[in-house]
Design a protein around this ligand. Structure first.
Ligand code: HEC
Ligand SMILES: [Cu+2]
Length: 364
């Protein structure tokens, strides 16, 4: 082919061989999402067919040749009611159907495993509870609901996995979440679907779905010896959170044991659920929501802890179920819990810090 530009030709071949009308359905929600989508396409097609048929037949039936003199027809309640009520019914079906799917996608089941995802120009960083980090990739098992808690470190990004039919904004300063359950082992595309600057199109990655056994293997291979909550415990001590949150009766701050998942009453009378998002807010903007019975003495940690550090602290606080646990942190400021059975080697790592910290920040 010499008449056609080689670039265009190459593109055409590539497009023809890779053309997929739909990405594979690789999550539990995908077939449900597609059913609604096909329903909407079908309704549109039927609507379009009716309009085109009427248009053509009327322009033939009522042409000037057949009807030289125009006749004015004034209103038909029956006709107008029909073309109002039928589409209204169809749109309401789409609305209710869509809303049901929406609530499903954005309400993670209680038994979902949680993975944190931090978006930044221009990459995705995933953090597993066990401390495994990955960049522009996410390993997950099949057959288990996975919840992602997303946040951005700079601008708006959007985390999209077409094969799972899910997509969720990663917003600076706020946790958002989405969940899915992968059904098919394989590797799928991850895209950022919110224009976020020069290299937006390179903000892509692989979602690697493994069988539960392979996933366990992967977790063991990729561990750096310190889980998120262990790292959080280290930060809790090094940032002196423990000076006020020591769990003792005369402590200046409230005990954080068991606080996760409870309803807190604030000084302004509002109640709020202490979820991940609230814990994050409480650390970064403590004066915005002061817990009843306490004075607003907690300093803000805005700018001193990276999002990764906050995630570790949140995971540590989530896991605190008794004051004894906090006492342990106080007693073993540099030591990690011995129950985990890997004290000596992990301690060294803890002291060195798993990631290089930004200048001026505490190592996290
Ligand atoms: C100077 C003492 C002080 C220090 C240091 C301090 N806090 Fe607090 N913290 C408080 C007080 C007092 C409150 C309750 C009033 C409020 O909500 O601001 C509080 C509230 C909280 C809450 C909300 C939970 C609740 O029951 O109200 C969280 C979470 C929290 N602190 C985490 C931390 C973390 C993590 C650190 C270290 C990075 C830290 N705090 C350091 C005094 C402190
Ligand atoms: Cu982006």
């Amino acid at each position: 082919m010499d008449h056609i530009s080689p670039v265009l030709w190459h593109f055409l071949i590539k497009w023809l061989t890779n053309f997929q009308l739909y990405p594979p359905e690789a999550s539990k929600i995908a077939p449900q999402m597609d059913a609604l989508y096909f329903f909407m396409v079908l309704v549109s097609l039927i609507g379009m067919t009716i309009v085109v048929l009427l248009l053509t037949s009327f322009s033939i039936l009522y042409s000037k040749k057949r009807h030289p003199v125009a006749v004015q027809i004034e209103g038909s309640t029956m006709l107008e009611a029909t073309w109002t009520i039928i589409p209204l019914g169809l749109f309401l079906i789409m609305f209710v159907w869509g809303a049901l799917i929406y609530f499903r996608v954005y309400t993670p089941p209680a038994n979902a495993m949680n993975i944190y995802v931090v978006g930044k120009q221009w990459m995705w960083k995933a953090e597993h509870p066990g401390g495994q980090h990955e960049i522009n990739a996410l390993h997950i098992p099949t057959g288990r609901p996975v919840q992602l808690t997303l946040i951005s470190q700079d601008v708006f990004h959007s985390f999209s996995i077409p094969a799972f039919r899910v997509k969720r904004e990663a917003i600076p300063g706020r946790y958002t979440s989405v969940w899915f359950e992968a059904t098919e082992v394989g590797t799928y595309h991850l895209f950022c679907t919110q224009y976020c600057g020069t290299n937006h199109s390179a903000m892509i990655g692989d979602i690697v779905v493994l069988s539960p056994d392979d996933y366990k293997k992967w977790l063991n291979q990729s561990t750096n010896g310190m889980s998120l909550s262990q790292n959080g415990e280290r930060l809790f001590a090094s940032l002196s959170c423990s000076a006020c949150h020591n769990g003792r009766p005369d402590a200046r701050g409230p005990s954080l044991a068991g606080v996760y998942g409870t309803k807190l009453t604030l000084t302004n009378g509002q109640t709020t659920l202490a979820d991940e998002a609230y814990l994050r807010e409480a650390i970064l903007n403590p004066s915005e929501h002061v817990t009843q019975g306490f004075s607003p003495i907690m300093p803000t940690y805005q700018g001193q802890i990276s999002e990764d550090g906050v995630i570790s602290l949140v995971e540590y606080i989530k896991g605190l179920n008794s004051n004894d646990r906090i006492e342990q942190t106080l007693n073993t400021t540099t030591l990690l819990p011995d129950g985990e059975g890997k004290a000596p080697s992990a301690v060294k790592k803890a002291a060195a810090g798993p990631t290089s910290a930004t200048q001026g920040m505490v190592k996290q």
